[in-house]
Design a binder for this molecule. Structure first.
Ligand code: PMP
Length: 370
């Protein structure tokens, strides 16, 4: 049973009859629909003149984020290597998207699922995991990302549960090498492609897809983004590690930032391995408010509904495009859907507008009744 159904990507649509080509098929189960996400061109309302930017829309995955790939990667690898058996319990520490994806895989395959999650992350994510049958354990805000990781490890050791270890598990990057990277290579076959733009959460996408792209098209430049508030990679200082590769605690350069899903309070082992092997060619620090504004702009000018990290990635792509030679083509990773951020600053202005609208209604239609 494989999550990745191995569809052959089609060239860019030429007309109405090509719409959604490759997606309408019959599948054995939901996990087979993971991957083969589309790349969509960004209009000149956002893209600098004379350059072309495509957004790879990971919200086309069944649970609406890039992390569906990671869950497939880790669960299938554990099944193959005998680490997971029917009826087992899976545990993982996650800021949300991984938990939702792992919960989906567990629900579909009959495993029990326990997720540890640090307090500041959005309520929608927590609810979704519970809806998918997972048990969610909230860890204190003060312990940050490394606190929730320590809790998951403690539970796994105590109960003999399978721990995903998304930040260290090599299956994560390998899956991105096999799917995300190959998809881009297929989709851009015979086309110009100069830059691949993304940030890192675990670094699975950066390390895996980056490696696949560099192997086949060595001229492609990898452009890595990082929150300006949390310049971990930018500091040049590595995270200290336990013998199993996990970080011992918070990186000194970490500060809380609004780009959920990017840059935990440590440099993940997979990210470090990617930097050491494939590396990156360009680096863009991204202010949190710029990421939020770009995500709002993507919705209003393109109809592309992505989360804060999607805005961050597009912001980095636009900054890169401004400096890139005329004619350059860029692909930016948009990791998830904006729907996961309804209670976050991404929707702050909308929430304020709605309060005003309600006041307007109550003023103009005093007898209004439902
Ligand atoms: N954006 C969001 C919203 C995410 O949840 C993640 C994964 N944590 C990423 C980006 C980065 O993906 P990766 O783990 O492959 O680096």
């Amino acid at each position: 049973m494989s999550c990745f159904a191995g569809l052959v990507s089609s060239p860019s649509p030429t007309g109405v009859s090509d719409r959604g080509k490759g997606r309408g098929r019959v599948y054995e189960n939901i996990t087979e629909t993971v991957g083969n996400t589309p790349c969509v061109k960004i209009s000149d309302a956002i893209c600098p003149k004379g350059r072309t930017i495509y957004a790879k829309l990971e919200y086309f995955n069944p649970l609406s984020s890039v992390k569906d790939r990671l869950a497939c990667a880790i669960i299938e690898d554990a099944e193959r290597t005998g680490k997971l058996k029917p009826g087992d319990t899976v545990v993982e520490a996650t800021s949300g998207n991984t938990g939702i994806a792992v919960a989906m895989l567990c629900a579909q395959r009959g495993y029990k699922c326990v997720i540890t999650m640090a307090e500041p992350f959005s309520i929608e994510r927590r609810k979704l995991m519970r809806f998918l049958g997972a048990k969610v354990i909230i860890t204190p805000k003060a312990g940050k990302g490394s606190g929730m990781v320590a809790k998951a490890k403690e539970l796994a050791e105590k109960h003999g549960w399978f721990l995903c270890r998304q930040f260290e598990n090599e299956a994560n990057a390998k899956f991105h090498y096999d799917t995300t990277g190959q998809e881009i290579l297929n989709d851009f076959e015979g086309m110009k492609l100069d830059y691949y733009v993304l940030g890192y959460g675990t670094g699975g996408t950066f390390s895996g897809a980056g490696k696949a792209l560099k192997e086949k098209r060595p001229d492609i430049k990898i452009c890595l983004g990082e929150p300006a508030d949390a310049p971990l990679v930018a500091s040049g200082q590595k995270s200290e590690r336990n013998p199993d590769g996990s970080a011992t605690g918070s990186h000194p350069a970490f500060k809380p930032h609004p780009i959920q899903g990017w840059t935990p309070d440590f440099i993940p082992l997979i990210t470090e391995a990617g930097i050491a092997s494939t590396g990156y060619d360009e680096f863009v620090p991204i202010p949190g408010d710029a990421a939020i504004q770009m995500s709002q702009q993507l919705a209003k000018t393109q109809g592309i509904f992505t989360g804060i990290s999607g805005g961050a990635s597009m912001y980095a792509a636009v900054e890169m495009a401004k400096k890139a030679p005329e004619g350059s083509v860029l692909v930016a990773m948009l990791a998830d859907t904006g729907e996961r951020y309804l209670s976050t600053p991404l929707f702050a202005s909308i929430s304020a507008d709605m309060n005003e609208e309600e006041v307007e209604i109550s003023k103009s239609t005093p007898s209004f009744q439902l």
